[in-house]
Design a protein around this ligand. Structure first.
Ligand SMILES: [Zn+2]
Length: 398
């Protein structure tokens, strides 16, 4: 199928799904979100109090991060006038800043200061689309005043007698990540806020000219990174990537249709052509005789050419994951392909079907070597060796 007809087919199937799902679109609003009273200003007061501290810990987005600032400004230009400081509502002091700590988070202060940690900024690199995926989400949090919603919801739970220890409701500080201290209700509410921010962020991206596929591309990149440092990221508080992909499928379709309407020539949009997105499903491991069969179902978007699936092993001691180690292995790269490691198996696939399955035959020696090495991770790489997706090898066969 040529690129045009495959686009038409995709558009038509998107339309069909939309027709079937249109009825329930509006039932997905936050049902238990308290209204923000018109005289509520605690969020802005808190932001003003913390502003000097946040500024001291960060630098303006310039130099190698100037591309982020450009995208930031383009996204802001799409906000309705009511959010752009002229309304009776809060006045946002939009600014993009970088926290040079190498971490992978982004967060926003209620006054419109958006902070991106340098690890995440580096991950986005020169890709305007990935920057748009990060920033549209944070801008949406600010415009929706999610800090205030979260604060008010917490207060309503407390007045109902629940005990929640969250510390200073200052900002997205450590308390945001401390999910253990949150009640189940609070956790659910915060995840709901995240999904909503993704959903509205997708539409903001589409309007500003960034293909919505950059959002799952970012999620999958972070998922691949998170394997090494699962608990360090603030995104731990966020719903898991699989859950986000699932919850957002309808929002993707809506935003994609809007993008295609506004930007018929994708390559000429501010974000350029959409990225390759690989949705790797949960792999299965089966034993047949002395052979193990590892099956990895996957689906690819915007792929012309092939992707490479890599299964790699790690050393398991005392049942702990090799990724718990202090010095976790890096994801595979083009470099490791040149000197094929014995602990890696590789396979190319064109991933042309929405039900592509890649199968690896592993014998017992492969499955678990004397040294305790076990196949633990599955990566999908693009033609340049960059990681597109990651999945875990199941621990138990079925
Ligand atoms: Zn968020």
């Amino acid at each position: 199928m040529d690129a045009f007809s495959s686009r038409v087919v995709r558009l038509l199937s998107s339309l069909l799904i939309l027709l079937f799902s249109a009825v329930s679109v509006h039932s997905q609003q936050l049902s238990d979100a308290p209204e923000i009273p018109s005289n509520f200003t605690l969020d802005m007061q808190t932001a003003a109090r913390l502003r000097p501290e946040l500024f001291a810990q960060s630098v303006p987005a310039a130099d190698s991060h100037a591309v982020g600032r450009l995208v930031f400004e383009r996204l802001l230009a799409q906000l309705p006038q009511s959010s752009a400081a002229k309304s009776s509502g809060p006045k946002f002091l939009w600014q993009l800043r970088i926290v040079e700590d190498g971490e992978l988070n982004a967060y926003a202060s209620p006054d419109g200061t958006v902070l991106v940690e340098s690890g995440l900024a580096q991950l986005a690199g020169p890709s305007t689309g990935l920057w748009a995926a990060i920033l549209s989400h944070e801008i949406t949090h600010v415009v929706r005043r999610d800090w205030a919603r979260r604060y008010l919801y917490q207060r309503s739970l407390e007045s109902a007698g629940a005990t929640i220890v969250m510390g200073d409701p200052g900002l997205p500080s450590a308390s945001w990540a401390d999910s253990e201290k949150l009640s189940a209700d609070m956790g659910r509410f915060c995840r709901q806020l995240e999904i909503e921010a993704d959903r509205e962020g997708l539409m903001l991206m589409a309007h500003a000219g960034y293909h919505p596929d950059f959002m799952p591309a970012l999620h999958h990149l972070l998922h691949a990174q998170n394997s090494a440092v699962p608990a360090k990221s603030l995104y731990a508080m966020h719903p898991c990537w699989e859950e986000r992909d699932r919850e957002l499928s309808r929002a993707y379709l809506e935003a994609t249709l809007e993008f295609e309407r506004l930007w018929p020539a994708w390559y000429a949009s501010p974000g350029g052509n959409p990225p390759i997105v690989v949705f790797a499903e949960q792999p299965t491991l089966k034993k047949t005789g002395s052979q193990w069969e590892l099956q990895i179902p996957m689906r690819c978007q915007n792929l012309a050419g092939a992707v490479e699936v890599v299964v790699r092993s790690g050393s398991l001691q005392d049942g702990s994951s090799p990724l718990d180690a202090a010095d976790p292995p890096d994801p595979p790269s083009a470099k490791s392909r040149d000197r094929q490691l014995p602990s890696e198996l590789r396979q190319l696939t064109g991933c042309t079907s929405p039900h592509t399955t890649v199968t690896f035959e592993l014998d017992d020696a492969h499955r678990r070597s004397k040294s305790g090495a076990e196949w633990t991770d599955i990566y999908v790489l693009d033609a340049w060796g960059a990681v597109l997706a990651r999945a875990d090898v199941p621990r138990h066969p079925r």
